[in-house]
Design a protein around this ligand. Sequence first.
Ligand code: NAI
Length: 295
Amino acid sequence: MFKYVGVIGAGTMGAGIAMAIATCKSDVYLYDVNDTVLRRAVERIKSDLKKGVQKGKLTTEESLSIIERIRPKTHLPDLSPSDFIIEAVVEDLRVKRDLLRRVEEVVKHGTIIASNTSSLPITSIAAGVKLPSKVVGMHFFNPAHIMKLVEVIRGDRTSEETIHSTMAFASSLGKTPVIVKDTPGFIVNRVARPFYGEALRIAGENIATYAQIDRICRSVAGFAMGPFELMDLIGIDVNLSVTQSMYDQFSGEPRYRPHPIQKRMVEAGKLGRKTNEGFYTYDEFKKTKVEGSGN
Ligand code: NAI
């Protein structure tokens, strides 16, 4: 739908979003402040595409052209030809607000800037830009190249036209967009908070281990993943930032209080799959869970 799309932040989500967009034939400028992260993102996309080829979902030629469409950048003005921007940087209001102001200076006048925030108000993220009518939430789910749902968030100043274009763009990516209100955690992350929070409390009180809780949720309750496996996939740092943000936005509501286990793991650098160690450990090369590594 758009010829050029800028994706800002090449971490877990930025890489998946870039892959989803390049698969649908747009060129992607994938920007990050960190060159190493950018290189790793491209490697991860290549590895996911290779798996797709092995499973017969696409041809080798298709996978090569997807990679060619992704252009890694470390210089923000390189994103200037973009027809649509999606930011997926750290879950920090100040960082996102400052970034959007700088992005607005380099892109064409009136370019839509979407935020992949998990929990922060779009109205606050847009507070410093000249055209808040062009700022919208576009919340993808992890892994972004696979998950169909996209929450489209209408900030207080987002225009109807911006919502319409964002919905159309998400649909053109084969996603299922839903419009949600600009409230902390929107719908899915609010529903999901007790899933993580109670699981952490159960483990913290030694009622059951991480692996036991995951196994029961998966094999008996029918969840696709248990809470600890999911936190490892999301990133324990990201999950903590989202919980903290919701706790703050709900004025210290005890239901959303971050758990000390999460805080300690972030301090220890055990962030989940991205560091090969979280609630479980992972084989660095195969990226698979090491058997019996949960507590
Ligand atoms: P991540 O930590 O994997 O990646 C964030 C990236 O942003 C890093 O590569 C970092 O170098 C880069 N970055 C930081 N400041 C920057 C700046 N000023 N300019 C350019 N790049 C910058 O984080 P992840 O998981 O990709 O999350 C990104 C956003 O997506 C967050 O807002 C998060 O809440 C949201 N999100 C995360 C999901 C998940 O499952 N991890 C799911 C849905 C949304």
